[in-house]
Design a protein around this ligand. Structure first.
Ligand code: SAH
Ligand code: SF4
Length: 340
């Protein structure tokens, strides 16, 4: 491991090499990795490492690649983080506490090139991929702030995770590993706008994670109007890949559907969606769209949301209880935030 390397994101093997490079006994690697993912705020706090080693680590490595710029809190306890990366780029992460679990929503890229018309991240364009260390450090930053490990992690912040495949898989490994954050693989959700080759590849990895797919329309033409990716992969191809994914992993897929008034919330839209998803091991997560500044889409009225939900249920689809929708679109959360 070269000097200047980032500690968050390293595994046992790399740390053993680093300790060898430093002329330290190899058990130091095991001590170090415990500190990295426990985590502490700074190398100076790694109290069972000799002072000399700590000093050398401070000089030659970076522990946390993310630093907290602001933390905003909403009345329900949700916290939204603005994090700065080493090159000055900014990303967002969200902490969502609930009665029986707590979720951290993380970003996988700075910006996103997929250009979905309803999405705040999409409108800023693509800047760069995140490294595995930058992905994992978002969770470490939340732990440092709230004082406990989350039960769930969702890749629903900024960016398209399947576009950043290698770092995505590496970050999942670290979140899940006993030497890492030890978060159950079933408690990890990857959300994609529907990149078919990536879905197929992920299915073959044999991981038990949860796949979420942003559908938002059950008709190719309509979907293309809000999601340019629909011009590259048709719903037919996407559904094929989802059936294969479900068959391989035996895991229920989450279908995300952001309801937009007068656009995708009619009885006919519900019928098409029911038709499209028939026979797929999935449930539908209905999210009233979060209007973005200058955006064209608005939330349907509450009674229309309930009607749409009932149409889906009557059509035989499983619809997630509402309230869980806080999980989706967490990168786009717009609430009443107070700086703390
Ligand atoms: N790029 C991935 C993951 C990040 S977006 C994806 O698209 O799935 C996380 C979720 O938020 C997606 O379901 C996305 O469609 C949804 N989303 C984005 N902007 C939204 C908005 N303004 N209102 C509601 N949901 C939104
Ligand atoms: Fe990118 Fe997802 Fe936003 Fe689409 S919804 S622009 S894929 S982050």
């Amino acid at each position: 491991m070269a000097a200047g390397k980032v500690l968050a994101g390293q595994g046992p093997e790399e740390l053993k090499e680093l300790m060898a490079e430093f002329g330290e006994p190899s058990y130091r690697a095991a001590q170090l990795i415990k500190w990295i993912y426990r985590p502490v705020a700074a190398i100076g706090e790694m109290s069972n490492l000799p002072i000399g080693l700590r000093e050398r680590l401070v000089q030659e490595t970076v522990y946390h690649p993310c630093s907290r710029v602001t933390v905003r809190r909403s009345q329900d306890g949700t916290r939204k983080y603005l994090l700065e990366l080493q090159d000055g780029e900014l990303i967002e992460s969200v902490y969502i506490p609930e009665a029986d679990r707590s979720t951290v929503c993380i970003s996988s890229q700075v910006g996103c090139k997929m250009g979905c018309t309803f999405c705040a991240t999409g409108s800023m364009g693509f800047v760069r991929h995140l490294t595995a260390g930058e992905i994992v450090d978002q969770v470490l930053q939340v732990i440092l702030d709230v004082g406990s490990r989350p039960s769930n992690v969702v890749y629903m912040g900024m960016g398209e995770p399947l576009e950043n495949y290698g770092p995505l898989l590496r970050s999942i490994e670290i979140l899940n590993a006993a030497w890492g954050l030890n978060i159950g693989i079933r408690q990890i959700t990857v959300s994609t706008c529907g990149l078919v080759p990536g879905i197929r590849r992920l299915g073959k990895e044999g991981l038990g994670l949860t796949l979420a797919v942003s559908l938002h329309a059950a008709d190719d033409e309509k979907r293309s109007r809000i999601m340019p990716v629909a011009r590259v992969y048709s719903l037919d191809e996407l559904l094929d890949a989802l059936h294969e994914y479900a068959a391989r992993t035996k895991r229920r897929i989450t279908i995300e559907y952001a309801l937009m008034a007068g656009f995708n919330d009619s009885r006919e839209d519900a019928r098409q969606l029911t038709e499209l998803l028939r026979g797929l091991l999935c449930h539908v997560n209905l999210i009233p769209v979060n209007p973005i500044p200058g955006g064209l889409h608005h939330k349907p009225r509450d009674n229309q949301i309930v009607r749409f939900e009932n149409w889906l249920r009557r059509g035989g689809l499983e619809v997630k209880e509402r309230g869980a929708d806080i999980e989706a679109a967490c990168g786009q959360l717009r609430g009443r935030w107070e700086e703390i």
